[in-house]
Design a protein around this ligand. Structure first.
Ligand SMILES: NC(=O)c1ccc[n+]([C@@H]2O[C@H](COP(=O)([O-])OP(=O)(O)OC[C@H]3O[C@@H](n4cnc5c(N)ncnc54)[C@H](OP(=O)(O)O)[C@@H]3O)[C@@H](O)[C@H]2O)c1
Length: 361
């Protein structure tokens, strides 16, 4: 059985990991040499890099180049999902890096997720094995249940439609405890080192916790300056579950994504926020760097996505300064409880699923 470790206090984290990192970065020159990213410790004693590389909506050709750039820069945690349909290209790049002895498998932290169309006990090992095959790996570092609701399985169709040809064909029989038991079996079988949840609310996590012998190591949720999810984050801290922040920069790429479907989305401009700009000026940093640094100092792992070489490196260049208490307080006060990603827009009708997670917020 895995042992329980607490997430390190920020002070300890800084001394243990960031001071040597800072000295090394000064000695080596930040841009040319990939340096080790500080880690957080999960509740099973395993390490997770304190920042990851998001890959949603990155097209294969772009992602192949971007991933090379990201690995060169020093990212080691790659965040993917069966649903993103990009695992194969990620696997191709990782295989090359390992074959060329630029990296060892154990240097990496690869996370994938169970798709909603596989969200039933018998789907867990089936889809985990598919992800491993796509990624050309023997094991994952972490496997998450992507969402608490489920779609019906319809061959290879990841978004099955109901007879109205518009709404998602849901499977309302979802039993989260039974699915979690199967997740635990995957750790026993050695197919993943850690397991966790994504897009679950407090009640759903409590149900999993009560019926588990392996506790979830992480919860991946939408989290940004305007949606700080303080209650959920506090609950995770109390239960020693690490929080991973998705869409940490406010997902500006969603605008284009919606345009494909001739729809519009009203996105907050986090990167243009006046308070963040003032703090960025104080440290001669970009607003994106202040935002990412804020999460890490809060004990949260952000996973920004970028296919742009300079932004890929910029998002990692956040370990040579520390926000003070006043900055942290000002950034905390920006919370507006404003969600960006609405699953009911992406998957029509899903708000009627019994496990739709956002009703209680
Ligand atoms: N579990 C879940 O349900 C879930 C849901 C959504 C996302 N995720 C994960 O979280 C990751 C991140 O979320 P996200 O992709 O929605 O949003 P995000 O990381 O907040 O934003 C990505 C967008 O910001 C741009 N960008 C990146 N760095 C920038 C910078 N320094 N300055 C200005 N713009 C910048 C990127 O454009 P360029 O590429 O052109 O740089 C891209 O359009 C995903 O890729 C995925 O791995 C998980």
């Amino acid at each position: 059985m895995p042992t329980t470790h607490h997430l390190p206090e920020m002070k300890e984290f800084w001394i243990k990991f960031e001071l040597p990192f800072l000295i090394l970065s000064i000695l080596c020159g930040k841009q040319s040499i990939a340096l080790e990213i500080p880690n957080f410790i999960l509740n099973n004693g395993r390490r997770i890099p304190s920042i990851g590389f998001g890959t949603w909506m990155a097209k294969d050709q772009d992602l192949e180049i971007a991933l090379d750039e990201a690995l060169e820069a020093g990212y080691r945690y790659i965040d993917t999902a069966y649903l993103y349909e990009n695992e194969k290209v990620i696997g191709k790049v990782l295989k090359r890096w390992i074959a060329e002895k630029k990296l060892k498998r154990e240097d990496l932290f690869i996370l994938s997720k169970l798709p909603p169309s596989g969200n039933r006990p018998e789907g867990v090992s089936k889809y985990l094995k598919k992800s491993l095959e796509n990624l050309q790996l023997d094991y994952l570092d972490m496997y998450l249940i992507h969402v608490p609701f489920a779609f019906k399985e319809d061959g290879n169709n990841l978004y099955p439609l109901a007879p109205d040809n518009r709404s998602i064909d849901m499977d309302s029989t979802t039993d989260l405890r039974a699915i979690w038991q199967e997740m635990e079996q995957q750790v026993n079988a050695g197919l993943t080192k850690s397991i966790g949840l994504s897009n679950f609310n407090v009640t759903q996590i409590e149900r999993v916790l009560k019926n588990s012998w392996i506790k979830p190591s992480a919860l991946q949720i939408e989290l940004n300056l305007y949606l700080q999810q303080k209650k959920l984050v506090e609950f995770c801290k109390e239960n020693n579950i690490l929080v991973i922040a998705y869409s940490p920069l406010g997902s500006p790429g969603l605008r284009k994504f919606y345009e494909q479907f001739k729809e519009k989305i009203d996105l907050p401009d986090l990167l243009g926020d006046r308070t963040v700009k003032a703090i960025a000026d104080k440290y001669s940093k970009k607003t994106s760097q202040i935002i990412l640094r804020f999460y890490i100092q809060s004990g949260i792992v952000p996973i920004p996505k970028s296919i742009n070489p300079s932004r890929i490196r910029m998002n990692l260049d956040i370990f040579d300064f520390q926000l003070d208490d006043q900055d942290m307080g000002e950034l905390k006060s920006l919370d507006k409880n404003r969600r960006i990603l609405h699953f009911s827009d992406l998957f029509k009708g899903i708000q009627n699923h019994p496990e739709y997670p956002f009703k209680e917020q």
